[in-house]
Design a protein around this ligand. Sequence first.
Ligand code: SF4
Ligand code: SF4
Length: 307
Amino acid sequence: MKQFDRREFMRMGGQLALAMGLGAGATPRIAEGLEALASGTAPVIWLQGQSCSGCSVSFLNSRAPSPFAVLTQFISLRFHSTLSTATGHLAMEVLHKSLQEGGHLLVVEGSIPAGMPRACVMGEEPMTELVKTAAKNAKAVVAIGTCASFGGVPAAENNPTGAIGVPDFLVKEGITTPALRLPGCPAHPDWLVGTLAYVLKVGLPELDKLARPVMFYGRLIHDQCPRFADYERERFAEKFSEDGCLFKLGCLGVSTNADCTYRHWNRGANTCIKAGAPCIGCASPTFAAKANLPFYLKGVASVTEGA
Ligand code: SF4
Ligand code: SF4
């Protein structure tokens, strides 16, 4: 397996600092953060609650070599609900040993079934109890994805499990470990890697009132949109595949904070709006909250009609 040297950590730290919108002066600290993650001095425990594992898949969909390769190949990932090689009792023993040692960073993917604890169990232990124990001993808790951040799809209207986001669950349980939110369905790998490296070597990043790092969620998608000039000139697309602002097709970029249009997805390939799809607000606190809210508006009918 490839080993990275100091120079490579510096190069990757520079790339990541740039992606985080930080100046070149931040490179050494971000590089040190990556090195600490890779060396095992900063163990990470990754639990999954009510989730589809999409944020894990997104996290693994990364360019190599890159900061993400450091994490996927070398991160001291003590436990991951789906990636850990150990299974059954052995996996639970590893988890509990790590929890007792403490000092870890806790990443939680998926919401917490606060109203029905046995809706989500691991090794016969309710996720509610595992998250409580893991959070109490953690340096910080990172809620990755919209489900962990705000409840997301599992908390949609009429869900019987009482699903809530992780930070809200911790408040409810009186747990004061710092917790931050990285919403998105799924979350972008940069958001997680950058946040972990920053927390380790610099401290908690600046957060907005919803505990999201400002460096990733500080601006509306609308304000950074490549179709913003069309919006200003009231040139609206009436159907998918048309040029123009996607507002009339239901675009929620006007009310969603994230840097997708700048950052791009799938190894830098593209992003929703550039690909012609309205933003469905997957990083928004209200994503999927209402049973009757369609992702798209009349464009769906238009496409059908034109088919
Ligand atoms: S496509 Fe969406 S985000 Fe872009 S300008 Fe139009 S409404 Fe705003
Ligand atoms: S553009 Fe909107 S729907 Fe697409 S990933 Fe970003 S927040 Fe989610």
